[in-house]
Design a protein around this ligand. Structure first.
Ligand SMILES: *[C@@H]1O[C@H](CO)[C@@H](O)[C@H](O)[C@H]1NC(C)=O
Length: 187
């Protein structure tokens, strides 16, 4: 009984201490963002599941304004396609709060919104596809992008990608998996 009590008190502490908080500020058309997500973050997520407590903020360098009807209009560093794909990424994260990394990584770095629809959404149900397409092409998605802009500005991010590990800026001078494994015993 005492052992059970002891474990009951101690294990949650260790469990929470082992997850690594990762925040990545990205934009859909920046090549190094694409490399980071495809070559480092996604493989780590697949091979070492459950370690990252990952937050992706997709906006980048740009701005959103709203008009007299409270419609948001965002502009993005790499043009309209970037805004389109950022919107779809933000919609994916909103519809799948816990399981969106595959979708976000798939959308990242593509050439058009249409390409993203056909390459990334095809395995989802027709209903989910419709919802995501609607979100990505309306004010719903633009508002989500606006929130990501606010997060990006608040963090003072000036370079993309920018990555924080347990709240500390990580300059990515060495591989991401090494950095994450330094912060956990689960590797
Ligand atoms: C990770 O994030 C959670 C929730 O924001 C926070 O409570 C916790 O202290 C963070 N852990 C570390 C090691 O920074």
């Amino acid at each position: 009984m005492w052992v059970a009590l002891f474990l009951g008190i101690v294990l949650p502490y260790f469990a929470s201490a082992q997850q690594v908080n990762v925040t990545i500020f990205t934009e859909s058309q920046c090549p190094y963002c694409t490399k980071l997500l495809r070559e480092q973050i996604w493989p780590f997520y697949v091979t070492k599941p459950g370690i990252m407590n990952l937050q992706i903020v997709s906006f980048g360098k740009g701005d959103c304004t709203y008009d007299a009807n409270r419609n948001f209009h965002c502009s993005c560093m790499h043009g309209q396609t970037e805004c389109d794909l950022n919107r779809l990424q933000n919609c994916a994260m909103s519809y799948f709060p816990r399981r969106h990394l595959g979708l976000v990584t798939c959308i990242q770095g593509l050439k058009t919104l249409r390409e993203a629809f056909s390459r990334c959404l095809s395995r989802l149900s027709a209903r989910t596809q419709r919802k995501l397409i609607e979100c990505a092409t309306t004010q719903t998605g633009e508002l989500l992008s606006y929130y990501s802009m606010v997060n990006t500005h608040r963090a003072g991010v000036k370079l993309w990608p920018t990555m924080y590990v347990n709240g500390v800026f990580f300059d990515r001078s060495y591989p991401v998996d090494q950095k994450l494994c330094e912060n956990t015993d689960w590797c």
